[in-house]
Design a protein around this ligand. Structure first.
Ligand SMILES: [Zn+2]
Length: 315
């Protein structure tokens, strides 16, 4: 029977688990002036890290913000693709850019929105934009978010997307990986950091796929999958032995990408705050959601629970 039937949780980049952990750990990299506001809101930042994935069930335009198929632009370093948005639109057309993903540029939009929220000292907007910026930044650290063979659909490796970004971290992150990471850094040129990280992702995509293929040849199919407990339910999924073996063959890649995500998320939060003139955050108070904000949150949840995904599926 097709694997997809058994893996309903694996539809989201880094999985919900990974995104929540990344935003959570990122808070601890912030300077005290930011920590004073961010730390008490750490649960909000973790929970709402996954809103952009939920929005993929609501809005058609949402999907392409989470990835970029760099291999569409020829071999690395993809010289046919201008890094600057306006130049890219002129060279490739907006429709084509949207078709193959606009992840790197969307991060710029979100960074500007967060900077503005800091400037006007709007606590709700600061948290919303910070939580969601964290999502997009983390997504582009995932190799299969920079590659058209994003779920192994072109190479008979269906399900590898969730395997790499959900199953492996869920099994190993808390038990074995290290999330003590140096302080957030200010980036004068955030766009070049985004491109650096997404090019690293694209370069790693080949290894992600090749290693799994190699490993598959060493395991019988009843060793690849197993019924194991997940969220309190017995679920057929990649077996623990297969998951651990994959992680070992990748030689720490997933841990490194997750750590790099944490560092980048915190650094982008810090960069927005500094660019906004380092407004004091101590006195900001978050009020419970009301009015339009509450309504749009309810719409998001309803779409996520009741509607099919619009655009690209990951499993
Ligand atoms: Zn995503």
């Amino acid at each position: 029977m097709a694997l997809v039937l058994y893996l309903p949780f694996y539809a989201h980049a880094w999985g919900f688990y990974g995104h929540q952990k990344i935003n959570y750990y990122a808070v601890f990299l912030l300077p005290p002036e930011m920590l004073v506001f961010f730390k008490p809101q750490i649960d909000y930042l973790a929970v709402h890290s996954v809103d952009p994935d939920k929005r993929r069930y609501l809005l058609e335009q949402e999907g392409p913000r989470h990835y970029i198929d760099l291999d569409h632009y020829g071999p690395a370093p993809y010289v046919s693709l201008p890094r600057d948005w306006q130049t890219a639109v002129a060279a490739c057309s907006m429709d084509s850019l949207v078709k193959y993903g606009i992840g790197p540029w969307w991060i710029q939009v979100m960074l500007e929105r967060l900077t503005k929220a800091f400037m006007v000292k709007d606590p709700e907007q600061i948290l919303k934009m910070a939580a969601e910026l964290g999502h997009y930044v983390a997504d582009l650290h995932v190799p299969l978010h920079a590659c058209s063979n994003h779920n192994g659909q072109l190479t008979g490796q269906h399900g590898i997307h969730g395997f790499w970004e959900s199953r492996v971290p869920e099994l190993l992150a808390e038990k074995e990986w290290d999330f003590i990471i140096g302080p957030a850094r200010y980036y004068r040129d955030p766009l070049s950091l985004i491109w650096k990280r997404v090019l690293q992702s694209a370069a790693a995509a080949d290894t992600v796929l090749r290693i799994e293929k190699l490993l598959r040849a060493q395991f019988s199919s009843d060793q690849v999958y197993a019924y194991e407990e997940r969220n309190g339910k017995l679920t057929r999924q990649f077996s623990s032995a297969y998951t651990v073996a994959y992680d070992q063959l990748l030689n720490g890649m997933i841990e490194r990408r997750m750590r790099a995500s944490v560092e980048a998320v915190a650094s982008f939060w810090l960069t927005a705050w500094i660019n906004a003139g380092q407004p004091p955050l101590r006195s900001l108070v978050r009020h419970p959601l009301g009015g339009d904000a509450l309504l749009s949150m309810q719409q998001l949840e309803a779409a996520y629970k009741n509607s099919p995904i619009k655009g690209r599926e990951h499993d």
